[in-house]
Design a protein around this ligand. Structure first.
Ligand SMILES: [Mg+2]
Length: 145
């Protein structure tokens, strides 16, 4: 699957730390055959990807639409449209299909959100769905269906 991660408060905190488990989760997703993309509403985030040594995992970076998600996504002509979006802002997975994650603001060694997410992504990859309430399937009338 093409998995699109948001940056701010999904992977990077307000304190600019990288969320615990990011490297481990990305390594496992790649090993499982997924592709990882980074997108953000505030721009192309290669500088942050490099700063946190995520370059080996990331196929490409894009600008994320902030509204009219399906319409704007279709105008982006992405070589690989998202199969799953991961975002701390619920509107994005609700519109495009994916998982909402709890916002990450400050470093906490107890934050296991990405470990949980890996299990849920694996469930969707294997079964095509998840009953977890954080999961939203892509709407049936989406442009990419
Ligand atoms: Mg965010």
């Amino acid at each position: 699957m093409n998995i699109f991660f948001d940056v701010d408060f999904t992977l990077v905190g307000l304190d600019l730390t990288l969320r615990p488990g990011t490297h481990d989760t990305m390594q496992k997703l790649l090993a499982d055959g997924h592709k990882i993309y980074i997108w953000s509403g505030v721009g192309i985030r290669w500088p942050e990807v490099r700063e946190h040594n995520l370059t080996p995992y990331v196929t490409d970076c894009y600008v994320k639409p902030l509204d009219h998600f399906e319409e704007k996504l279709s105008q982006m002509n992405l070589p690989a449209p998202p199969d799953l979006v991961i975002d701390d802002y619920p509107e994005v997975p609700t519109a495009l299909g994916g998982f909402w994650v709890r916002p990450y603001f400050f470093y906490s060694s107890n934050d296991n959100e990405l470990e949980v997410l890996y299990g849920l992504i694996t469930e969707v990859a294997q079964t095509g769905r998840s009953d977890n309430r954080r999961y939203k399937p892509r709407p049936a009338k989406g442009l990419f269906q």
